[in-house]
Design a protein around this ligand. Structure first.
Ligand code: HOZ
Length: 426
């Protein structure tokens, strides 16, 4: 059977590159993308019936694994009641209350359909609020495919060695300054010179789109302090980290209160969703209360809200975060121990249930170090794992995730596959 290959050939006739999001095409690692038929718990099944332990988890949303029964039944019930109204629903109110309670810096929140829409709307709002144009972002941080944020944008762009996208006018990216992640000195110098022109500084508090890179001590604190001093806004892009590292944002863990937070992924329980929220005086500038226009037919979609609410309910009740952290710690100990013994340079950055695997001496603390990693070795690891029924990201610049459904059996398979690979390199 070669249904994956056949489908990929057919897909390329009618879909650019055969995929609806570039990293899925396996270009960086080579080979044929797997066309997925279904998922269950920690497992995914392709159209040929192969089963994989899934460590992509839809790029983050599936913290409960595939098809959690409570999420499935909430979605089914909502589908029976109607899939879209283009009018307000009680579910949106419940979800907004849940988010405002979990993340204290969010006093008001608006729902959209993706992380991209969330960051795009957040920067429009920041520009309107501050009456300034300049946005500061950091190398390797990805905030969706918003024109002005597609500069050294990590992830998909890095995978294809595209520092910027064609089709984005220079006039637009010229309103974006790109600085180095974790470079406190460089940031301070920039702000001393330009701080009064900056509308907002946007950052992934744990970078999850150049692999995983953790913020060094003082980095996020400096961003907060400096933006306050220069009357610029701080936007935390918690599309990946929101509800993944604790019940709330990473900001709850580090005690940083941004002006605006962007969310997505987990709050939609696997359905398309995004959100941006923050201080009430800022959010009230949005139409219909204020002059900043932002809208969407499917925004706050009831099926997405139902899936998200069910996911948050389980997370609140079960508090899986300590177990997820323990499972990840054990995994990292096992593979880094094996790599050390074998004399292989493997650095694993990890926080809670997300990790970045780099074939690199480390420490991997910036984009410059990330791109020095041995990506060929990552590709060969990828194929070794795929053959053994473990699906890791088809790009060295994406995160490795685990879910609450990743049992010892599933993790055992991943650890064995990785150790076996490491032994082949000795
Ligand atoms: N680069 C995206 C995640 N960080 C890929 C999304 C997708 O292909 O679905």
């Amino acid at each position: 059977m070669k249904r994956n290959e056949d489908l990929f050939t057919r897909a390329r006739n009618t879909i650019p590159g055969g995929v609806n999001s570039p990293v899925r095409a396996f270009k960086k690692v080579g080979g044929t993308p797997r066309f997925i038929a279904k998922g269950n718990g920690p497992y995914m099944f392709d159209v040929e019936g192969n089963v994989y332990v899934d460590h992509v988890l839809s790029w983050g949303p599936l913290i409960l694994g595939h098809c959690h029964p409570e999420v499935v039944s909430a979605v089914k019930a909502q589908v029976d009641a109607g899939t879209s109204f283009g009018a307000p629903t009680e579910l949106e109110v419940l979800m907004a209350e849940e988010i405002c309670n979990a993340i204290p810096s969010i006093e008001k929140v608006r729902f959209v359909n993706s992380g991209t829409e969330a960051t795009m709307s957040a920067i429009r709002l920041a520009r309107a609020y501050t009456k300034r144009s300049l946005i500061v972002k950091f190398e390797g941080c990805y905030h969706g495919h918003v024109d002005s944020l597609l500069a050294k944008a990590g992830s998909g762009a890095m995978t294809f060695s595209l520092p910027d996208s064609s089709g984005v006018p220079r006039e637009i990216t010229s309103t974006t300054a790109v600085l180095k992640y974790n470079d406190i000195r460089g940031f301070n110098l920039f702000m001393d010179e330009n701080g009064d022109k900056v509308a907002a500084v946007i950052v992934e508090p744990v970078a999850g789109n150049m692999g995983v890179v953790l913020p060094e001590e003082g980095f996020l604190e400096t961003l907060r302090q400096s933006t306050l001093e220069h009357k610029a806004l701080l936007i935390l892009d918690e599309v990946i980290t929101g509800f993944r590292l604790c019940f709330g944002g990473f900001q709850n863990i580090v005690g940083i209160n941004p002006d605006i937070t962007c969310l997505g992924k987990i709050i939609g329980g696997g359905m398309p969703v995004g959100a941006f929220g923050g201080r009430s005086d800022i959010m009230s500038m949005l139409a219909p209360d204020g002059p900043v226009y932002q809208a969407g037919t499917l925004s706050g979609n009831p099926v997405a809200m139902a899936a998200g609410l069910a996911t948050l309910k389980v997370l609140k009740r079960e508090n899986p975060y300590p177990i997820l952290e323990k499972t990840m710690d054990e995994f990292v100990d096992e593979i880094t121990g094996a790599a050390n013994k074998a004399g292989i340079a493997l650095s694993v950055n990890h926080k809670g249930s997300m990790a970045g695997l780099f074939f690199n001496e480390g420490p991997v603390n910036s984009f410059d170090v990330v791109i020095e990693s041995d990506t060929k070795t990552y590709s060969s690891l990828f194929h070794h794992m795929l053959e053994r029924g473990v699906y890791i990201a088809p790009s060295p610049f994406e995160a490795f995730f685990i879910s609450n459904a990743h049992t010892q059996d599933a993790m055992g398979k991943t650890i064995d596959g990785m150790k076996e690979y490491i032994m082949t390199r000795v």
